[in-house]
Design a protein around this ligand. Structure first.
Ligand code: B12
Ligand code: SF4
Length: 442
């Protein structure tokens, strides 16, 4: 039996230029396809193919398979449904999985033969056996409690998958999060916080024989004892690693020292906003904006670069937020800046709140990518939010701003420069694409 596992892109490929594919190759690999491949029962005769539209153009017509599996995020759901409908017209069965279909399984089943809700470590092997015996069911839903992590040494690794990404060695060490921020998809997707046994993490890294590892986790260091034990275990491996980290972690100098000693070289931190009132109202109370400068300086002391993420459009945000955030980041010394427009992803408390207030302006999921305004903001117009977002992003990525950021800290210059230029290219392409979308409408 032939199984094709697909990851789809969103708007990028409509731009008819391939820079995004190029830049994705220069990034880290997603791991859903590898994890799914590792779950295939060994007694089933399955040939697997991986296709990632983020790094290649896919001719869907040419795909011949018995079963196609598509990973669905909210932003690519409409495309996933269209691609799935096309496969089904050709008589090929399709199973959908991932964040979006977990939140909206009844919507997804309109376009698929089967939908996997939540994580798939237990359900996917059962689904495959059912498929082989001709008993494919409409829904598979493993309980949150039973989510566990796969040992990727078992992964069937077709083709040159590892060679296609700059950072192919991505893995998870935990799932879930102890916090419950209102805009985040993790509380509804993941359930409990699950930690993978440290010995298995170490074994997998040794098996990969890689010197650079990306941990894909949202909040891998929620349990400091687990984290410190992990750092000790990673030390002898002499790797460099990259991951998310909360401000809670980065405020702690002793913690950072141990993390750096184990190879931590870069972190993504969700600073979200510099307004403490907002952090309280979205339940991210442990972020303290008055500590942000100190956090960045702590990280730099240990030669760790920081990618800081900020969100615009909270109910307390008015038009001033763009200027104050821009000014803040002129001095914050954050090495790379990522901005997003607040997005009410299905499954989040934010989605329920805005829906009940009748403030969601579109249910076109393709716009749910953090770069489009999809709801009515409280203290500005949707257009002011959209244009303010563009302006901050653009101004933060002028060549002068990039140069200033790149040379101000001792962490890896090449990485910082490449990433900043990548963000610059991204926002300029996005603005062009946005204008084209607008022109089509009018
Ligand atoms: C790697 C990654 C990417 C990669 C690849 C995405 C992909 N489709 O796999 C790239 C860089 C392309 C990417 C881009 C974006 N991403 Co992203 N990404 C991640 C990240 C960091 C890790 C995902 C991962 O590999 N996890 C490990 C694997 C094993 O878990 P998994 O994907 O959930 O898969 C499990 C189950 O969901 C299920 N499953 C998943 N797919 C399938 C398919 C089938 C057939 C089956 C049976 C089961 C199944 O089984 C797996 C094993 O249990 C997550 C955060 C996170 N930690 O999860 C965000 C995350 C998924 N991304 C997110 C977002 C918002 C985006 C962007 C919109 C950001 C942007 N502004 O551009 C874009 C959208 C791109 C697109 N194509 O639509 C959100 C999704 C929210 C949502 N409701 O959709 C997340 C959750 C982060 C967040 N901000 O909250 N992303
Ligand atoms: S935003 Fe971060 S801290 Fe908050 S629930 Fe999500 S993963 Fe946890």
């Amino acid at each position: 039996m032939k199984l094709t596992l697909i990851i789809l892109n969103t708007w990028h490929f409509n731009t008819k230029n391939d820079w995004y594919g190029f830049s994705s190759r220069g990034g880290y690999a997603p791991s859903a396809m590898r994890v799914l491949a590792s779950l295939i029962p060994q007694d089933l005769d399955v040939e697997v193919e991986f296709r990632d539209e983020n790094i290649e153009r896919i001719n869907f017509e040419s795909i011949q398979a018995d079963l196609v599996g598509i990973s669905v995020l909210t932003a690519n759901a409409p495309r996933a449904y269209q691609v799935s409908d096309d496969f089904r017209k050709r008589g090929i069965k399709v199973v959908l999985g991932g964040y979006h279909v977990t939140a909206l399984p009844e919507e997804a089943i309109q376009h698929a033969d089967s939908v996997v809700v939540g994580f798939a470590e237990r359900s996917f092997p059962i689904l495959l056996r059912d498929f082989v015996s001709g008993n494919l069911k409409k829904f598979y839903n493993q309980n949150h409690e039973t989510a566990f992590l796969t040992d990727q040494r078992l992964v069937n690794n077709p083709g040159n998958y590892r060679k296609q990404y700059l950072l192919p060695d991505t893995l998870e060490i935990t799932r879930g999060c102890y916090n419950n921020c209102s805009f985040c998809v993790i509380p509804s997707m993941c359930g409990n916080y699950v930690k993978r046994p440290i010995a298995s993490v170490v074994e997998e890294i040794k098996f990969l024989e890689s010197s650079k590892i990306v941990f894909l986790d949202f909040s891998p260091f929620e349990d400091p004892d687990y984290a410190l034990e992990l750092f000790e275990a990673l030390k002898p491996l002499k790797i460099r690693w990259y991951s998310s980290m909360t401000t809670k972690n980065a405020e702690n100098e002793a913690f950072l020292e141990k993390a750096a000693g184990s190879g931590c070289s870069g972190v993504l931190i969700g600073f979200e906003t510099i307004n403490p009132g907002i952090l309280n109202s979205v339940n991210k109370k442990f972020n303290h904006p008055e500590q942000y400068f100190r956090i960045v300086s702590n990280l730099h002391k240990h030669h760790i670069w920081v990618l800081g993420s900020f969100i615009f459009g909270f109910d307390e945000d008015d038009k001033q937020v763009f200027k104050t955030t821009l000014d803040f980041n002129r001095h914050s010394k954050i090495d790379m800046l990522h901005y997003a427009i607040l997005t009410p992803f299905p499954g989040t408390r934010l989605f329920e709140q805005l829906k009940s207030e009748n403030r969601i302006s579109t249910f076109d999921w393709s716009k749910y990518d953090g770069t489009h305004v999809v709801f009515q903001p409280a203290k500005m117009t949707a257009d002011e939010l959209q244009q303010g977002f563009f302006e901050v992003y653009r101004k933060s990525h002028s060549l002068a701003a990039i140069a200033g950021r790149t040379f101000q800290s001792p962490s890896n210059m090449a990485v910082k420069l490449a990433a900043n230029l990548g963000f610059r290219l991204y926002i300029h392409s996005f603005i062009k694409q946005y204008r084209r979308e607008k022109d089509n409408i009018h």
